[in-house]
Design a protein around this ligand. Structure first.
Ligand SMILES: O=c1[nH]cnc2c1ncn2[C@@H]1O[C@H](CO)[C@@H](O)[C@H]1O
Ligand SMILES: [Zn+2]
Length: 386
């Protein structure tokens, strides 16, 4: 056995390793069986493309695999349709926290757009409260199962709509009760983030935090606006920052002004590899810009985006990256600490997570690796060992 293979975490270790998730959509992570249950209860079943859980899960993955962000986003009509009551939102949020905890996620910021859940008469406040209560319930269930997770909500405003200021005010109102920040999402081309400057300026005046989906379906101008006009704390995706990095034939790497700014200021990139493959923002895992961005020490983080549409989880994202780039537990820890440093909760709480949960978790896994290495070495001939 080579040290490379010994150093590669197993699927089971990947799942057990503490993970941090900053970019995950609540309406992109439902269990297929739950969609069917909820659809039955509300008469939406006839509108579902499939009514058997495995087939429905496959339908989402295939429908989202179109190479276009716009087509990818159409699939959310079905999940949002069944998330219109207090009970449905509570259940979906609780299951989300449970599923993430089961996958070894210790801290997550999960986002959704409250304005998409008002069709059956809920108010924006009722939506936020139902989701918050669901997250608390999921945390409790996880704890009862011996797992520890903390989930914060990010409130998203849809970039094609005109409710961003209202949603930003809502995020501010619930900042001490479960909501940790704000986001804008939806089709990127044609909807620049500067359409919502009033919301971002309001949040800055309130010393609140926000991320912006930028640099996914549209390139550098979108990232530039998100940072320099809107003042985003983080970039949702931001993967197209690669367009401002040149690798010459002799291997020299040059960063343009914007890429330098992003790296110098340690702007967190919420990278979502599988989602990027589906929307056409990247061609394959080995070609995904995360490899170069990690080598160049950008503040890169690993995320799921939409677990249902991508058939993924944090463990699956790491499995793909480990396959493509030969990452070790040290790389996993680096991405995880980057995620925790970039979270929107207070500094002392982030530090406590890093020192009390993440580092000890990886230290334990690495000691198992050392044990395996010692066991393997003792199997080789005496000359080799000495
Ligand atoms: O990768 C993405 N890029 C842009 N918008 C997205 C992405 N994934 C989901 N949403 C949008 O965010 C809404 C709230 O969660 C979803 O309903 C979907 O329309
Ligand atoms: Zn997203």
């Amino acid at each position: 056995m080579t040290s490379q293979t010994l150093n590669t975490p197993t699927a089971e270790q990947i799942r057990r390793a503490p993970k941090v998730l900053l970019h995950d959509h609540l309406d992109g992570g439902l269990r297929p069986g739950t969609i069917i249950d909820l659809a039955r209860a509300t008469g939406y079943e006839a509108s579902l493309p499939e009514t058997e859980p495995d087939k429905l899960g496959l339908w989402f993955r295939e429908a989202a695999d179109s190479g276009s962000l716009e087509r990818y986003l159409e699939t959310f009509a079905h999940t949002c349709a069944v998330m219109q009551t207090r009970e449905a939102l509570f259940r979906v949020a609780a299951e989300c926290a449970e599923d993430l905890a089961e996958d070894g996620v210790v801290y997550a910021e999960v986002r959704y757009a409250p304005e998409q859940h008002l069709e059956a008469g809920l108010t924006l406040e009722e939506v936020v409260e139902a989701v918050n209560e669901g997250f608390r319930e999921g945390e409790r269930i996880a704890r009862a199962n011996g797992r520890r997770i903390r989930v914060g909500a990010l409130l998203t405003a849809m970039r094609h709509a005109a409710r961003a200021l209202e949603i930003a005010e809502l995020a501010n109102r619930y900042r001490d009760t479960g909501v940790v920040g704000f986001d804008i999402a939806g089709a990127e081309a044609g909807f620049p983030p500067t359409r919502h400057l009033d919301a971002f300026e309001y949040l800055k005046r309130e010393n609140n935090h926000f991320t912006i989906h930028a640099g996914e379906a549209f390139g550098l101008p979108s990232i530039w606006q998100a940072l320099q006009w809107c003042g985003a704390d983080r970039l949702g995706h931001g993967v197209r920052i690669i367009d401002d990095i040149t690798v010459t034939e002799d291997g020299e790497i040059r960063l343009g002004r914007l890429a330098s700014y992003v790296r110098d200021k340690r702007i967190p990139l919420e990278l979502c590899p599988t989602s990027n493959l589906q929307t056409g923002a990247a061609d394959s895992y080995p070609e995904h810009p995360i490899g170069l961005l990690r080598r160049l020490h950008f503040r890169a983080t690993v995320n799921t985006d939409n677990r249902l549409m991508s058939g993924t989880s944090m463990s699956v994202e790491f499995e793909h990256l480990i396959d493509a780039f030969g990452y070790t537990l040290d790389d996993m820890q680096w991405f995880t600490v980057n995620g925790m440093k970039s979270a929107f909760i207070p500094f002392d709480e982030r530090l406590a997570m890093i020192n009390d949960v993440i580092k000890p978790g990886y230290a334990e896994l690495k000691s198992e690796w050392l044990f395996r290495q010692t066991a393997a070495t003792s199997e080789t001939s005496p000359e080799e060992s000495w």
